[in-house]
Design a protein around this ligand. Structure first.
Ligand code: NAD
Ligand code: UGA
Length: 472
């Protein structure tokens, strides 16, 4: 029986390994983490991650060929293949701060693998890492080994949150990069054999290590670039009377462009787009390519611009002040169908409104009050260090009384002057907006950052409506 161990039981490690366990009954999979509460949650009925379909997969395999454990060393020692899926956040201090990837967690995992191993292993980079990380990892592993051979593979993950299980069941492609030596090719084949149990051969791409590492950063940069492109167009649409949905539809019909990822929004969020682009920018700078670095940096700049443009629109529309006005925030997660708030545009929008002294009443179906309070008090980039590793004394830019987290959209909007829709949860489409209007201060404003509502219908009710990229 092949034994797999995955270091890091997060949004990637947990779902990815659960699917491997489900699809490969003859493989034993152990997911390990130093975060004991997270492991306890994986072993409970309340999984630490909200992801449609995940509960079912975990229930089918847990205790059979899928195990969650804090005994990191034991499972690494026993494994044939070790995936490393730890977090690779943006550095907050020192060389490359604010851009470069912080590989502290990765390096400590690699050193631990070298220390505890007693047999040869394939070590798989699952985390998103800078190009050439595999070279550094090889050095750490080979210098510490006791004659044991390690083969490093790059197998970046392309799942999106909210659709992770679907993406893992039916991936567009699986990418495996390895050394172009007989041993490297043998390691690639071993990993291919795992995926080939449910992914067709033509969807398993093999490359050299550096192409695989760079392809992951490139894929995220291209995806985010599309969003920044359409968001840049949304500003022009508002200025000219064009409608960004019509523009997206029209350009998306060109088969060379395609219709996906052309939804304008209050800005992209999530743990990876910004982090990976900044990492790409840093790599370009380090390789003496400032023009290329600047090109990609613009994708993040436009995203920041979109978020501040939204805040400015809210404040300007509400007679240039939101001081002491109640604003309902509907949605805090970075997209629907996830409870993840990492780098969600809601954080910047809320902070922008708080600086203008607004009183926020926040509702999200999946995000807890604790999480929202923590997100609004942490410094930029600190969020990507897991909770147990976050700084103990975060700074606060607002008075705690300015933020209330409530249990439903009706409570959030009661007595409010304005509503900001920041996540496209389906339930926001079917709210009783007549009732909401009745209970709000007048004039009642609604700012749709996600195209959830039918602006014309809401105008008929009496709302003053702003939808990004649409004529006012
Ligand atoms: P995460 O923060 O949810 O999980 C990482 C886990 O690793 C944490 O639970 C942490 O406690 C654990 N960890 C850190 N150091 C450890 C160590 N030395 N030993 C054992 N456990 C350790 O992160 P994530 O969202 O799962 O992302 C992991 C990687 O995958 C990142 O590089 C990310 O860029 C990449 N990625 C993420 C997504 C996504 O949708 N979240 C998609 C594709 C790729
Ligand atoms: C993204 C990629 O889609 C995955 O392929 C990749 O594996 C992952 O990043 C990663 O490396 O972490 P994810 O961030 O989970 O996945 O979710 P997306 O669906 O890509 O959405 C990211 C952000 O862009 C969200 O805030 C979403 O609302 C926004 N978005 C997306 C738009 O504003 N417009 C769109 O048209 C699409």
């Amino acid at each position: 029986m092949v034994k797999i161990c995955c270091i890091g039981a997060g949004y990637v490690g947990g779902p990815t390994m659960a699917v491997i366990a489900l699809k490969c009954p003859s493989v034993e999979v152990a997911v390990v983490d130093i975060w004991d509460k997270r492991i306890a949650a994986w072993n409970s009925d309340q999984l630490p991650i909200y992801e449609p379909g995940l509960d079912d997969v975990v229930k089918q395999c847990r205790g059979k060929n899928l195990f969650f454990s804090t005994d990191v060393k034991k499972h690494v020692k026993e494994a044939d293949i070790v995936f490393v899926s730890v977090n690779t956040p943006t550095k907050t201090t020192g060389l490359g701060a604010g851009k470069a990837a912080d590989l502290t967690y990765w390096e400590s995992a690699a050193r631990m693998i070298a220390d505890v191993s007693e047999s040869s292993k394939v070590v798989v980079e699952k985390s998103t890492v800078p190009v050439k990380t595999a070279e550094a990892i090889e050095k750490i592993l080979s210098h510490n080994s006791k004659g044991i051979k390690f083969q490093i593979l790059s197998n970046p993950e392309f799942l999106a949150e909210g659709t992770a299980i679907q993406d893992l069941f039916n991936p567009d492609r699986v990418l495996i990069g390895g050394r172009e030596t007989p041993e490297g090719q043998e390691a690639i084949q071993a990993l291919k054999d795992v995926y080939a149990q449910w992914v067709s051969e033509d969807r398993i791409i093999t490359t050299n290590l550096w192409s695989a590492e760079l392809s992951k950063l490139a894929a995220n940069a291209f995806l985010a670039q599309r969003i920044s492109s359409v968001n840049a167009m949304s500003a022009l649409c508002e200025a000219t009377g064009a409608n960004v949905s019509q523009v997206s539809h029209a350009i998306g019909k060109d088969t060379r462009i395609g219709p996906k990822f052309l939804n304008t929004s209050v800005g992209f969020g999530g743990s990876c787009f910004q982090k990976d682009i900044l990492n790409l920018v840093y790599i370009c700078e380090c390789n003496g390519l400032p023009e290329v670095a600047e090109y990609w940096r613009q994708v993040v700049k436009i995203n920041d611009y979109q978020k501040s443009r939204f805040v400015n629109r809210v404040v300007a529309s509400m007679f240039n002040t939101v001081s002491t006005k109640k604003i309902a925030i509907l949605g805090f997660a970075f997209k629907k169908d996830t409870g993840d708030t990492r780098e969600t545009p809601a954080i910047d929008v809320c902070k922008g409104l708080l600086v203008d002294k607004a009183e926020l009443s926040i509702y999200d179906p999946q995000v807890t009050q604790d999480q929202i309070q923590r997100d609004l008090t942490l410094r930029k980039f600190d969020w990507d260090h897991p909770i147990h590793l976050q700084p103990v004394n975060p700074t606060s830019c607002f008075n705690v009384d300015q933020v209330k987290v409530v249990r439903d959209a009706y409570e959030a909007t009661k007595g409010a002057h304005g509503i900001c829709i920041l996540t496209e949860w389906d339930e926001f489409k079917s709210l009783d907006y007549n009732k909401i209007y009745e209970n709000m201060q007048k004039p009642a404003f609604i700012f749709d950052g996600r195209y959830v509502i039918d602006a014309d219908k809401l105008r008929e009710i009496g709302f003053i409506v702003f939808s990004i990229g649409k004529p006012l």
